[in-house]
Design a protein around this ligand. Structure first.
Ligand code: FA5
Ligand code: MG
Length: 461
C-alpha cells in the first residue's frame, strides 16, 4: 500500500518497522511513504554530506567529555517522546496533526530529546567507569508532519547533546557560587571568538525565560548559559569558516560570501528553562538551526542524576549541512542522483555545484472551509473534520512527494457577512532532477483538489 493519507480505520495491518511488528489503531497516521525512509541511515554513510557534517560537529563535542552516539530505531513511546520531558497533556506537539503515530502509545520520534533520559541514566551508570564522560551527542532520524519548503522535510536528522556538572548533595543552592566558579573555569577553556552575535535579551527573564528558582541560583545559570552559548557559537563559526574556505577554493580565492550573522532568540521548551534558539542569516533570511537551554531539574531527578545539572541542545543536521555545503534545498539530502552524491567525500568540505535548475510550476488551490471546521478552532461540532494546515501538507506530500518544492498559504480571509473562511494555498511543483510536464503537474494538482474535498469537505472556489 502506498496510500498517503492517514487512515482512520482499524483495518490497516500491523506495521513492520525494522525487525518489529506494531499493531495499528485509531491513532495510526503514518503513511508507507514516510516509513520508506526508515533505515536509510544517511548520517552513517561516510561520503554523504550529513555524515560529513555529523563528524565535523562531533569533533567540537568529543571525548573524553562527550561520548558520540546514534540511535537507529526511530520508534519510541509517547512517554519517551513527551511525558518524561514534561509536555502538557494538551501540548500541540502531541496531536496527530503534528506527529506520526504508529499507534496510541507509539510514535516515530519527533526529536532526539526522546533519548535524553536514557543518556542521563547512562551517565549515572558509568559514574565509576567513565567519570570524565559527563556529556553526550546522539544523532538520529526524526519525523514530523510539518510545513513543506526548502528547509523543512518530514524526515530529517537531529543531533542532541548535553553536558552536566556535579553539584553538592547537601544544599546545592548554598554552595552554588562554588559550582558556578567551576563552570566558569570550564568556560575559560573554550577559546573566545570575535564574531558579533546578536543577543539582546537577558539570560533570565522572570516571565519569558525564568530561572528554576527552587533548584538553581542565578550565578549557576549565568555560567551554564555562557558555556552553552560559547560552545554553540564556536560550532557555528567553525562550520561557517570551513564553508568559506571551500567557497574560496572553488572560486579561485575570491571570497564572495556575506559575513556571518548570528542571533540568539528566546525560546520555550517543556524540558528547559531558560531556553533559546540560534539563528543564522543565510540566503536572505534567518534560518533557525537549533534549540537549547538549561535542563529542567525534575527531568534530571527522574533520570538518576539528581545531583547534576547542565545544558542540552538539539540541532537540525540538514540545516547545518546546508550552511556548510551551500545546499539550497533540503530534498537534495535524499537524492540518489550521482550528480549530487558524487560531489561529496568523507572528510572534505566542498561547495555544492547545482547541477540543474528546472522550471517551477506553481498552482493555487482556493476553497471555503466547512463552517464547523474553521482553522485553529477547537473541536469540530457537527461532524466536520477539524482543519489543520499540516493536513494540507500531508495530502500534498502524499500525492506530489519530492516533486513539490514548497507550499504556502497566500490568502486567508473570513467573509464579513457569512462568517465563512476561505483559504488559498500556492503549491510550487518542481523536480530536482528533470522538467515536469504540464500533464503530470495538472494531474497531481487535480488529485490534491479532489482529496481536499474528500477528506475535509471543503468547497473549492
Ligand atoms: C527540538 O526539537 C528540541 N528537542 C531541541 C532541544 C533539545 C531544545 C534540547 C532544548 C534542549 P525544534 O523543534 O526547534 O526543537 O527543532 C530543533 C531543530 O530541528 C530546529 O532548530 C531545526 O534546525 C530542525 N528542524 C525542525 N523541524 C525541521 C524540519 N521539518 N525539517 C528540517 N529541520 C527541522
Ligand atoms: Mg524550533
Amino acid at each position: 500500500q502506498t496510500s498517503s493519507s492517514a487512515t482512520d480505520s482499524n483495518e490497516r495491518p500491523d506495521l513492520h518497522i525494522q525487525d518489529n511488528k506494531y499493531p495499528t489503531d485509531q491513532w495510526t497516521n503514518t503513511p508507507d511513504t514516510i516509513l520508506s525512509h526508515v533505515g536509510r541511515s544517511l548520517y552513517l554513510d561516510e561520503n554523504h554530506p550529513l555524515a560529513i557534517t555529523r563528524r565535523l560537529i562531533e569533533s567540537q563535542f568529543s571525548a573524553p567529555i562527550f561520548g558520540n552516539y546514534f540511535e537507529k530505531n526511530p520508534v519510541v513511546t509517547t512517554a519517551q517522546n513527551f511525558d518524561v520531558l514534561g509536555f502538557a497533556p494538551d501540548h500541540p506537539g502531541r496531536s496527530r496533526t503534528d506527529t506520526y503515530y504508529i499507534n496510541e502509545k507509539t510514535v516515530l520520534r519527533t526529536h532526539t530529546s526522546a533519548h535524553q533520559q536514557a543518556y542521563f541514566q547512562q551517565i549515572s551508570r558509568n559514574e565509576k567507569t567513565k567519570p570524565e564522560e559527563v556529556g553526550y551527542t546522539v544523532v538520529a532520524d526524526v519525523y514530523r508532519r510539518d510545513a513543506i519548503d526548502r528547509s523543512h522535510y518530514p524526515v530529517f536528522h537531529q543531533m542532541e547533546a548535553a553536558m552536566l556538572w556535579k553539584r553538592p548533595e547537601q544544599n546545592p543552592l548554598s554552595a552554588s557560587e562554588e559550582t558556578a566558579a567551576r563552570i566558569r573555569a570550564d568556560l575559560e577553556r573554550i577559546p573566545r571568538h570575535d564574531v558579533v552575535v546578536e543577543d539582546p535579551n537577558p539570560t533570565i527573564h522572570p516571565q519569558r525565560n525564568p530561572l528554576q528558582a527552587e533548584h538553581h541560583s542565578e550565578a549557576e545559570v549565568e555560567a551554564v548559559a555562557a558555556h552553552l552559548k560559547r560552545s554553540l557559537e564556536r560550532m557555528v563559526i567553525k562550520v561557517f569558516t570551513e564553508g568559506s574556505k571551500a567557497a574560496a577554493a572553488s572560486s579561485g580565492g575570491k571570497v564572495d560570501q556575506e559575513p556571518l550573522k548570528v542571533r540568539w532568540v528566546e525560546a520555550y521548551f517543556p524540558f528547559t528553562s531558560p531556553g533559546w534558539e540560534l539563528e543564522v542569516f543565510w540566503q536572505g533570511e534567518w534560518l533557525e538551526v537549533l534549540g537549547c537551554g538549561v535542563i529542567k531539574q525534575e527531568l534530571l531527578i527522574n533520570s538518576d542524576v539528581p545531583n547534576r545539572f547542565g545544558w542540552a541542545f538539539g540541532l537540525g543536521l540538514e540545516r547545518i549541512a546546508m550552511l556548510l555545503f551551500n545546499i539550497p534545498d533540503i530534498r537534495l539530502f535524499w537524492s540518489k542522483d550521482e550528480r549530487f552524491l558524487s560531489q561529496f567525500r568523507a572528510g572534505q568540505i566542498t561547495r555544492f555545484e547545482p547541477f540543474s535548475k528546472h522550471p517551477a510550476c506553481y498552482k493555487d488551490v482556493a476553497f471555503w472551509l466547512p463552517q464547523a471546521a474553521a482553522a485553529g478552532g477547537a473541536s469540530a461540532a457537527g461532524g466536520a473534520v477539524p482543519f489543520h494546515e499540516n493536513d494540507v501538507m500531508e495530502i500534498v506530500r502524499g500525492i506530489g512527494g519530492d516533486l513539490v518544492e514548497d507550499v504556502r498559504l497566500i490568502d486567508n480571509f473570513t467573509h464579513p457577512k457569512t462568517g465563512k473562511q476561505s483559504m488559498c494555498y500556492r503549491i510550487n511543483y518542481r523536480s530536482l532532477e528533470r522538467t515536469l510536464t504540464n500533464e503530470e503537474t495538472n494531474e497531481m494538482h487535480e488529485k490534491v483538489r479532489t482529496q481536499l474535498v474528500n477528506d475535509f469537505s471543503v468547497e473549492l472556489r
